[in-house]
Design a protein around this ligand. Structure first.
Ligand SMILES: Nc1nc2c(ncn2[C@@H]2O[C@H](COP(=O)(O)OP(=O)(O)OP(=O)(O)O)[C@@H](O)[C@H]2O)c(=O)[nH]1
Ligand SMILES: [Mg+2]
Length: 286
């Protein structure tokens, strides 16, 4: 292998990158599925929102609807195992003799039969497969860490970005000189204008409005944004923050930002919010 002056390290990174790009070949979108990506800084409420979605939809799917997901799940399992076994040569990993037949089967099949299912179960127990999987998904370092997310980014129907309103007077854990909302704005700017989401609508959740409502009556928003002049006015403060986020959208003609001011811990309220974002998601799929 000619190395064109690359160190083995960069070569390894490049290979990993290629493998990952291969892994991320987007599955064909299914008519009845939408892929939502929920992002946001630490402590903004992502897990709470996800939990609410689960509570709200816990009894929300009929047996029939659930059955329609089986095919997608099966395809994902087979595609993922294919990607792992196909990556073995490039990772210089060799499968044991007893699993070679299973590898051949996975490479050649397109359908998840009982036989293929058994082969996947056997392969998943194989330490070589586990090693390949961990190299593919667990590569260290920030740059690669990001690559890992590429798989999540492809084929996204709508992006949900969650930001906490209540922390405008708090600094980051990691950096005590940086306020949390500006940090969140920076992350939003990066995500919103990322090439992955050029045409993806963004649903912006301004969360923890309950805490914000209390706080704004005591602490002026200007502690975070010195240019803010409307004191303790709740509506004006919300509108100001919303505008801060929206102004970061570099492509307002193609990309909409739908903002919801929410209290993620309130299940009933979240039921309404999810209902209203369903319309956006359905539009996106047209
Ligand atoms: N009062 C109030 N608390 C909230 C709200 N949403 C989330 N919380 C609380 O805020 C904390 C952080 O919420 P999480 O959902 O864990 O946040 P996260 O974004 O998943 O955080 P990481 O996983 O650390 O990135 C939890 O204690 C939640 O109960 C809200 O609307 N109001
Ligand atoms: Mg979480």
């Amino acid at each position: 292998m000619g190395n064109c002056g690359k160190t083995p390290q960069t070569e390894h990174f490049q290979e990993t990158e290629e493998i990952q790009l291969e892994l991320v070949t987007p599955p064909k979108p299914k008519e009845n599925t939408a892929k939502l990506l929920l992002l946001g800084p630490g402590d903004s409420g992502k897990s709470t929102i996800f939990r609410q979605m689960k509570i709200i939809h816990h009894n929300g799917y009929t047996e029939e609807e659930r059955e329609t997901f089986i095919e997608t799940i099966n395809e994902n399992i087979l595609e993922s195992m294919k990607a792992i076994v196909n990556a073995l040569p490039r990772l210089s990993l060799e499968i044991s003799d007893e699993n070679q037949e299973n590898v051949d089967l996975i490479r050649s099949t397109l359908i998840l039969t009982k036989e293929v299912e058994d082969a996947i179960v056997e392969l998943w127990k194989d330490p070589v497969i586990q090693k390949a999987y961990s190299i593919i998904t667990d590569v260290g370092g920030q740059r690669n860490e990001r690559k890992k997310w590429v798989r999540c980014f492809q084929g996204v129907t709508a992006l949900i970005f969650c930001s906490s309103l209540s922390e405008y007077d708090q600094n980051l854990f990691e950096d005590e000189n940086q306020k949390r909302i500006p940090e969140s704005l920076m992350l939003f700017e990066e995500v919103c204008n990322s090439r992955w989401f050029v045409d993806t609508s963004v649903i912006l959740f301004l969360n923890k409005v309950d805490i914000f409502r209390d706080k704004i009556s005591k602490t002026d928003l200007s502690v975070c944004f010195p240019e803010y002049k409307d004191g303790h006015d709740f509506d004006k403060a919300i509108a100001f923050i919303e505008q801060k986020f929206k102004s970061l959208n570099q492509n307002p003609e193609r990309k909409q930002i739908y903002t919801h001011t929410i209290c993620a811990t309130d299940t009933e309220e979240m039921r309404f919010v999810f209902d209203s974002i369903k319309a956006v998601i359905q539009n996106e799929r047209l």
